[in-house]
Design a protein around this ligand. Structure first.
Ligand code: EZ4
Ligand code: CO
Length: 402
């Protein structure tokens, strides 16, 4: 079965998405997500200029060989642009193989290891009261796990807090929004949020929190320790992930579980974190970590070291990425949890899909392949719009990780 056509589709149904659609000489199509938030056209161009010409005429069944051909063939290794482009091809080929076999992709990955994929929702608000109201809303919707993000007194805006509660969307505008950050204000405040939340929701609700790379290891150790009485499911991205060794210092000082991975794009960028058992959850995505083939390699390494999965699932991962993630989530032995932010209606219209939420779980589609598609006519109605992620500065104006 040969690849005869490869289209790169850019669309903006509320936010930008880049999608690769492959067609074979047997008339089977497959889709892969290639969205890199705020840098979408770099991946679009990488695919269109450098990858699509290599795909025409290739055997669509040779998934591993195509992955190695694109990875080794580039000579320049890793990086989010390259790995997102390779991921799109890989994901589309798994979709095609599933359709050719007449099986959902999870069956090709070894079948189900569990009955459903536990997901966490996002409760956010300017005040603790507002966050608790939002948390209750997710509990009422059936969620078993909720991420809590709250405005910090004295700071004008904070990561993860939005007026549009169910659809947090940080990328916007023709220049990055500028936020102001104070580590001390944040560290003094967060334990108060979780003290109230634990009191209100009892011991069993899984509660998560995203630090969004803003601390140093010793500050993260202080945060983790201060949150121990409220036993979080995890603290996410406590420090930037560049210095893997830095996590050892956090680890030595707190039992609050640590999750990291949304900006990691290869196994070599998290191998020390995993082998050193410096983290509890690895949160890479199908789209940014080289597709189903490479992400499964990461999860397999993690399984040997007591590290579970926790895939990133923000709204900038398209329904194509989420579909692919669910097939992995349901099949791997060391699944932890899956992030789930609902997409807008316009996004769901452009990407018709068969996954569904019930009683705190997402279920992958039972259709052959990934069970997701792109409606090209609908996509064409939403042209690309430039949008940047925000930047962060300390109160004295120094640049700080966002
Ligand atoms: O800021 O996906 O856990 N979720 C996150 C997200 C990220 C965006 C960046 O594109 O941290 O909100
Ligand atoms: Co995050």
């Amino acid at each position: 079965m040969k690849i005869t056509e490869a289209k790169v589709i850019v669309t903006c149904p509320g936010r930008n998405f880049v999608t690769l659609k492959l067609t074979t000489d047997e008339g089977i199509t497959g889709v892969g997500d290639a969205t890199l938030n705020g840098r979408e056209l770099a991946v679009e161009s990488y695919l269109r200029e450098h990858v699509v010409p290599l795909l025409i005429g290739r055997d669509a069944h040779r998934i591993e060989d195509t992955w190695q051909y694109l990875f080794q063939g580039a000579y320049w290794r890793r990086g989010p642009v390259t790995m997102s482009a390779i991921a799109a091809v890989d994901t589309a080929l798994w979709d095609i193989k599933g359709k050719a076999a007449g099986l959902p992709v999870y069956q090709l990955l070894g079948g189900r290891s569990r009955d459903g994929v536990t997901v966490y929702g996002h409760a956010n608000g300017e005040t603790v009261d507002e966050v608790l109201t939002e948390t209750a809303r997710f509990v009422d919707l059936g969620y078993r796990a909720v991420r809590l993000q709250c405005g910090v007194p004295g700071l004008a805006s904070t990561y993860g807090v939005s007026a549009d509660k169910m659809f947090y969307e940080p990328a916007k505008g023709s220049a990055p929004e500028e936020n102001v950050w104070s580590t001390e204000k944040y560290l003094n405040f967060v334990p108060r949020l979780f003290a109230r939340a634990r009191e209100e929701f009892g011991p069993e609700l899984a509660m998560l929190h995203d630090v969004h790379h803003r601390l140093t290891p010793v500050e993260a150790a202080r945060l983790g320790r201060s949150l121990e009485p409220y036993h979080l499911f995890w603290m996410e991205d406590p420090v930037p992930a560049d210095l893997q060794e830095g996590f050892r210092l956090i680890r030595e000082h707190t039992t609050t579980p640590i999750a990291v991975g949304e900006v990691i794009n290869s196994i070599w960028d998290c191998a020390d974190l995993i082998r050193g058992q410096l983290i509890d959850f690895i949160r890479c995505t199908v789209v940014h970590a080289g597709g189903i083939t490479h992400l499964r390699r990461i999860f397999d390494l993690a399984a040997l070291h007591h590290v579970r999965s926790g895939s990133h699932g923000a709204t900038d991962l398209s329904p194509v990425c989420l579909s692919a993630a669910l097939h992995l989530d349901v099949s791997i032995p060391n699944f932890g949890i899956q992030e789930y932010m609902r997409h807008t209606e316009a996004t769901d219209e452009v990407f018709p899909h068969g996954y569904h939420f019930a009683e705190g779980y997402l279920q992958p589609s039972e259709e052959p392949g990934l069970g997701v598609d792109i409606d090209e006519a609908a996509a064409a109605r939403y042209p690309y719009q430039p949008a940047y992620l925000p930047v962060n500065r300390l109160e004295d104006g120094t640049m700080h990780p966002w």
